[in-house]
Each structure stands twice: as C-alpha cells, then as structure tokens.
Design a protein around this ligand. Structure first.
Ligand code: ZN
Length: 258
C-alpha cells in the first residue's frame, strides 16, 4: 500500500538513485534520489530536500532499516518539499534566447545574443552579451548559448566564492587545501576533513549575502567538522546575518538552476 502510494506520488519526479543505493536497495523503492552520507561526526539522522533530491546524513552505525523507517515517517514532509520545489522551478522557466532573463547575484541579467566570432561573454550593466559562431540558419544555437552562459556563470561564481573563502579563512587563521566548484544535488557546499572546500557554482545566482554565508559556513568547518554549538558561534562571528541567508536558501534554493 505504502509502496504503491510512493510510486504514484513520486513518479512525476524523475530522480536518479545513486549506484551505491541501488545495490543496497532499501531506498530504491522511494523513486526519488536518496543521497546517503554516513559520517562519524553525526549523532542523529538528518534529512534534507534540495534541488529535487533527498539527502540523508546518518551516523556510521545506524542500520539501513532505521533510515528507511525515518524516510517513511517523514514522507509527507518530503513530498511537500519536493512539490514546492517543483512549483518554484516551473514558475521560473529559463531559456537561452535573446532577451531571456537569468538570476545573477540576487538580481537579473538579460541575454543579448550575437552571432559572429565566438568571444567570451561580456556584462555591461545588466546586459550579458553572448556571441556564438554563426553557422547554417538552422544551427542549434541553444546548446552553444547554454554552454557559454554556464562557463561564464561558473567563472563569476569562482571569483566570488574564492574571495569570500579567503576573507573568512584569514579571520580564523586557517586556509583551505583547495576550493572547487561542482553541481550538487542536495547541498550548497562541503568541507572535507582534509580541508578541501567545494561549492555548488549555481550559488552565483543568489544574493551576495547568501554566497557569503555559504562560504562562512564551509570555512567554519575548517575549525569544527561538525554542526556543534562551537561551529555555529564561529559562523555567527564570520557572518552575523546568517539566519536570513539560511531562510533565503530554504525558500528560493530550488530556483538556482539552469
Ligand atoms: Zn555544514
């Protein structure tokens, strides 16, 4: 019964189930991606819903059945979150045509598409000129525009995130081993025990105060690898208005998408 309901409710979400979980099957019945992270640092299980996926953080020794039971118990909440995020995404259709609007640093940029010599996109005011090589009149321009836009956004993300990370690191007298960007499914950043910090580059679509908070959060992990009181007071010190940023991410995080 429950499984049937799960399949019915969740079939509209085409979520990937990670290879690791497919082999350990208990979660595959959920039909949405369950990204499981086991860590020695945690004392309890936590479930996060972001970007159409579900992330579970669990202590090392918790049995799979216990995690599965919690997913069942929280199913209504998970479904509601997934639906909300789906609605937000549908409300913000993106396109790669001339005049299309894209979120950038909490504001908007407008695409101006030129044909001719392929040069790097340039931003003037809120107008981003993307130039793609002119081929036949039926050439698939969209993929070329998308590629250029993504490369440009990634570079803009790198500049801001490296900047904030260095500023916060200096304050606590530590430095990350590396700063990398990737596309995450259900998180905005991570900091490994060896000090490698990774961010989701799509943060560049969020306001600077939000980018600043995520950097402060990951830098604070250079000192505290958990989410203890000490960790949060370090975040408070680096980024005093972190609560606003967290609320923003919960509310609009799903819109930071390509
Ligand atoms: Zn954290």
């Amino acid at each position: 019964m429950l499984i049937g309901r799960l399949l019915a409710v969740c079939s509209k979400y085409r979520f990937m189930i990670s290879a690791d979980l497919q082999t350990k099957s208990p979660y595959s019945k959920f039909q949405f991606g369950v990204d499981l992270h086991r860590t020695k640092r945690r004392k309890s299980i936590s479930i996060q819903v972001r970007g159409g996926g579900v992330r579970v953080l669990a202590p090392h020794r918790v049995p799979s059945e216990e995690i599965e039971a919690l997913l069942h118990a929280k199913l209504t909440w998970i479904e509601r979150k997934l639906r909300e995020q789906e609605v937000i995404r549908e409300r913000a259709p993106r396109s790669y045509v001339d005049g299309a609007r894209w979120p950038f640093l909490g504001g908007e940029i407008v695409l101006a598409i030129g044909h001719g010599r392929a040069v790097d996109p340039t931003l003037q005011g809120n107008c981003l000129t993307v130039s793609i090589p002119s081929r036949g009149k039926h050439a698939p321009h969209e993929a070329a525009v998308r590629h250029q836009l993504e490369m440009w956004l990634r570079e803009q993300a790198r500049i801001r995130l490296v900047d904030f990370t260095q500023k916060h690191s200096k304050r606590i007298g530590r430095s990350p081993k590396s700063i990398m960007l990737k596309t995450y499914k259900a998180r905005w950043g991570s900091c490994s025990a060896s000090g490698n910090i990774t961010y989701d580059w799509r943060l560049v679509m969020a306001p600077l105060s939000v980018i600043n908070y995520v950097a402060a959060h990951e830098v604070a992990h250079l000192q505290h690898l958990d989410h203890s009181k000490k960790f949060w007071s370090c975040v408070d010190e680096l980024c005093p208005d972190n609560r606003k940023a967290k609320t923003w991410l919960r509310r609009y995080g799903a819109t930071l998408n390509m």
